[in-house]
Design a protein around this ligand. Structure first.
Ligand code: PEP
Length: 252
């Protein structure tokens, strides 16, 4: 870990219903005082953002969206949700460029950068996802691919920016890179952020994402250059997610 405050973000993806928001009070109980030492963000589906905020009450947990429109102003964009609307509903973060959206919906680096800029304009902190495919890693191109994604998908202004390194092949399965592989790519991301933003790039947190769970979190979160985690499946149950929060360096 660097000297930055650890950030653990949970991405519900398209899972759950209103009843699942009951996991939030359980998360608050199980993490207790760690919430002052570790920043925690829950990213439920957009229709539940406002209700998630109500379940959080005064606890130090932030809410994030899972995507936003690249268009900031109100517009004829059926089905789109603007960053300003997410903010109005109680979000303070938004995930952009998740690999599922890049691969299933064809989102490009340029579109992701526009979304990150729209997030900034609305006062939301963008969590920009990057990561190589299995084929790109097998070709020895992981570092090159990730550096190019960081260069082209991050916003013009680094204020509040978070980058999540999520190797596509590690998401949703049971494989994770080795500690050395994670440290190497986090170093690549950090170098690219410094190139792009100068000194301001040092304040950007770099999360690891891809099959983080209650068992491997402590080891992953202790890797040099890892400032937190973006968690998919293991954020859905408070027992698992709280174990990950409590595994962050300095949490206890
Ligand atoms: C994700 O999709 O962002 C993710 C990290 O998923 P999982 O933790 O389930 O691999």
């Amino acid at each position: 870990m660097s000297g930055l405050k650890p950030l653990i973000a949970g991405n519900w993806k398209m899972h759950g219903r209103r009843a699942n928001l009951e996991e939030i009070p359980a998360l608050i109980r199980e993490t207790g005082a760690a919430l002052s030492r570790v920043e925690v963000v829950v990213c439920p589906p957009a229709p539940y953002i406002e209700a998630a905020r109500a379940h959080i009450g005064g606890a130090a947990i932030a809410v994030g969206g899972q995507d936003c429109s690249p268009v900031s102003a109100d517009a004829a964009r059926t089905g789109e949700v603007s960053a300003g609307m997410l903010r109005d509903a109680g979000a303070s973060f938004v995930i952009v460029g998740h690999s599922e959206r890049r691969s299933l919906l064809g989102e490009t680096d340029d579109l992701v950068r526009q979304k990150a800029n729209a997030a900034n304009a609305a006062g939301l902190a963008p969590i920009v996802c990057v990561g190589e495919t299995q084929a790109q890693r097998a070709d020895g191109k992981a570092a090159e691919v990730v550096a190019a994604q960081v260069a082209a998908s991050t916003p013009d202004d680094p204020a509040g920016l978070v980058v999540a390194y999520e190797p596509v092949w590690a998401i949703g399965g049971d494989r994770t890179p080795t500690a050395e592989e994670i440290a190497e790519i986090h170093g690549v991301v950090r170098a690219e952020l410094s190139r792009r933003y100068g000194k301001a790039g040092e304040a950007v947190r770099i999360l690891y994402g891809g099959s983080v769970n209650a068992k491997n979190a402590k080891e992953i979160l202790a890797i040099d250059g890892v400032d937190g985690a973006l968690v998919g499946r293991a954020c859905l149950k408070a027992a698992d997610f709280s174990a990950i929060v409590l595994a962050a360096p300095g949490a206890r």
